[in-house]
Design a protein around this ligand. Sequence first.
Ligand code: FAD
Length: 462
Amino acid sequence: MIPNVENTSDLRSVIHGNVILPGEGSYDETRKIWNGMFDKKPGVIVQCKGKEDVVHAVKFANKNKLLIAVKGGGHNSAGTASCDNGMMIDLGLMQDVEVEPENNTARVEGGCLLGTVDKATQEHGLAVSSGIISHTGVGGLTLGGGMGWISRKHGFSVDNLLSAEVVTASGEIVYASKDDNPELFWALRGGGGNFGIVTRFEYQCAEIGTEVYSGPVIKRFEDAKEYIRFHREYVKTMPDEMTIWMVIRHAPPFPFLQEEYHGKLVVLIPCVYLGDPEKGKELMQPIRDFGETIGDGTAMHPWVGWQSAFDGLVDHGARNYWKSHHLKNLSDECIDVITDYAAKMPSNECEVFVPHMEGAPSRVGSGDTAFSHRSTPFVMNIHTRWRESSDDEKCMKWARDFFADTKAFSKGVYVNFISDEGENRTKEAYTPEVWDRLGKVKSDWDPLNIFRMNQNIKPNGS
Ligand SMILES: Cc1cc2nc3c(=O)[nH]c(=O)nc-3n(C[C@H](O)[C@H](O)[C@H](O)COP(=O)(O)OP(=O)(O)OC[C@H]3O[C@@H](n4cnc5c(N)ncnc54)[C@H](O)[C@@H]3O)c2cc1C
């Protein structure tokens, strides 16, 4: 049922933000999400300004039996931030950040983008452990896990979450922390948007200063096989302060990359070192010395700058299809499959992205939070990205085949990197024990599955 203007007048009278119906001013702009594959048309959009607006929106949706989609940063590649005909609850106006430098904590409103949080925390040399693209939303990112450049040292976002303010499926405001509603708090740390709408997150921040030793070293794609064999062993010897990832993609025109390689397939090896830059440089030297280095952008960079360095490569609007695994290892056979598929990328915006994740996250117990697959060393993301719908089939087939041929090397997946792949795939993001416990928490907090535009966890028994 699509509400008409008449029956939204009650809602308009209580909402401090905006109620937007199809055809009204900013409707088309507001319903847009990051992944251009999705063009959903909600029956009504409520742009909330604060938790009370969220309460009113949820109650209105329940009363009118409207499907609810929650938009944080709108980044989820599965397109779950929007829906057809129902209600989009857009948290984009909720961007407040309060930092308490005396105890290194930050209270962050549920619609914040990572860039907003970085800007506020960096005024005190602090950072929230989160993701690597500044236009991602903290909401979806945190509730799924949240991994980035400082996770090896400081844990995932969920490992630094101290409390959450939540609007429940029945439209009540509750708090979750180790002491308040502890089962809900457990489920929020990895179970996604299944349990309520988080209007405020409280995080423990890390003291990292305002500049970090960071940047990519770049290798020729022709040397990728040999390099990755070295890489898989070398990164495992690194202290937690050093994070070294690996990306195969067509090279942007970086000023520090030899010009003949601009636009060519290359291996980027971006790093972040939390500590003395001389030590960071020393730790990266064996990477520079292995085979030929064709570019080196490592230096001290402002944290805020580094956190947005790759934003332009993944801006809003393109068509995207993601497949991902946790990798048990990077065996020679797996490396052969990776390089074979990389060589036939269907567009020059695709990436194969291999973060190394061992460190603080792997020392947290598998059932301590709902983020349960923590022991695998690498993640592999197949980021397929293109512009024209006529290329959909070709690009998605490449990703699906690549994924199928690397499945044997995988164990589990990060819920935030799943596309629209169905319940069995969502299940693979969790151990069986965690999946079952999440179902129980869902039964307690959202028995009617009001919050189902997500990687859905159904209430047990339904
Ligand atoms: C370009 C790009 C880069 C990325 N980089 C990283 C990275 O470095 N590290 C990483 O861990 N992940 C990364 N991701 C994945 C990212 O964590 C997920 O896409 C995540 O869902 C984005 O959150 P969002 O709020 O922007 O998304 P949205 O699409 O707005 O939300 C996704 C889902 O989360 C839920 N949700 C969002 N906000 C709330 C809230 N406040 N309360 C309740 N539910 C909510 C809803 O169920 C919604 O359907 C990246 C994604 C993209 C597209």
